[in-house]
Structures are given as structure tokens and as C-alpha cells.
Design a protein around this ligand. Structure first.
Ligand code: MG
Length: 175
């Protein structure tokens, strides 16, 4: 008997729900995109940034990374992982890099701007990323902070390329 495939819509809805459950909104991520791209595009609007984040969240690869990472955060928060992984994830152990690797794995599809922006956000911890990084109230966001960096970096890169296309189209029209 063929196993029933998980429907893409269910995966997308679950990934978006996980972000919401963990207190990360689309606007939170769009604000980071705005900060990254507005210096290069003075007419940039938040609406465009929101659209770019939404488009990134339609990618299956991103959805899967969110599901894996947030699941591990939630299990660690409940003390449900086995040792030593439980302690490593719960304390966000300094040399543990799987959170970054998982998130980094989903930026290559958006090119070099996504890769360099990811590195920048991971270091600078802007906006909601900073809030996630301060493990207040027993929250575990070891994977989530890197995932947000990845979504924001992808949306920034996508935006940079789109805006150039739009500018060139406008120039051609103006002739
Ligand atoms: Mg992390």
C-alpha cells in the first residue's frame, strides 16, 4: 500500500503556525528585511518586505527547516530530549553548531546576498533575533533565532534582486 503523502499546504500551515506559536510574526521578520534593504532603496515600503517574507515562507525547504528546528527547541524546553542533547540544546552550548548549519542550509537557494546577510544577522542580532537570543523565562530558542536570520536573509536577497529588475524595467519604459 502506498503511504499517503503529507500535503504541501499542511506543511506550510504548520511551519507558519510554529513561528506564530513561538512569538515570531511576519512583521517582525519584515522589519529586519526593511533595515537590511532600505539603505539601498529609499522608496522601500514595509508592504514589500512583508511580501518578500511571505514568498520565502512558501519554499518547502524553509518550511522543513522551521519544523525540524522549532520541534527541537520545544522538546528541549519541556526537557524531553535525551542527554546530552537535552543539555546542549537547552543551554545553547557555545560549540553546538547544528542550529546554524540547519538555517544556513536554507540560504544557498537565494544566492550570495542571502549568505552574507545571514552571517551579518547572526552576528548583529537585530530586532526580534535579539529578543530570541536572550533566553528569558526558560524559553529555548536555540534553533529559532538562526531560522529567523535565514528567513530574513532570504527575503532580503530576493528583494534586492527584484528591486533591481523593477528599476531596470522602469528605465526601459522611460526610454
Ligand atoms: Mg542559535
Amino acid at each position: 500500500m502506498m503511504k499517503k503523502q503529507v500535503h504541501s499546504k499542511d506543511v506550510q500551515n504548520a511551519a507558519r503556525q510554529r513561528l506564530a506559536d513561538r512569538g515570531v510574526t511576519i512583521t517582525d521578520i519584515a522589519e529586519i528585511v526593511y533595515l537590511m534593504q532600505s539603505p539601498y532603496h529609499p522608496n522601500l515600503t514595509m508592504q514589500k518586505c512583508v511580501e518578500s517574507v511571505e514568498a520565502v515562507l512558501e519554499k518547502r525547504e524553509i518550511q522543513h527547516a522551521i519544523l525540524v528546528g522549532v520541534e527541537l527547541d520545544m522538546l528541549a524546553e519541556k526537557g524531553m530530549l535525551s542527554e546530552p542533547l537535552q543539555s546542549i540544546v537547552a543551554t545553547d552550548e557555545g560549540l553546538f553548531g547544528c542550529d546554524e548549519t540547519l538555517a544556513l542550509g536554507s540560504v544557498f537557494g537565494y544566492g550570495s546576498i542571502a549568505v552574507t546577510t545571514f552571517g551579518h544577522l547572526d552576528k548583529q542580532k537585530i530586532g526580534v533575533i535579539k529578543r530570541l537570543d536572550t533566553k528569558a523565562g526558560g524559553k529555548v530558542n536555540t534553533f529559532l533565532d538562526d531560522l529567523v536570520c535565514s528567513i530574513a536573509a532570504n527575503a532580503s536577497s530576493r528583494m534586492a534582486h527584484r528591486l533591481r529588475d523593477e528599476e531596470e524595467a522602469a528605465e526601459e519604459q522611460a526610454g
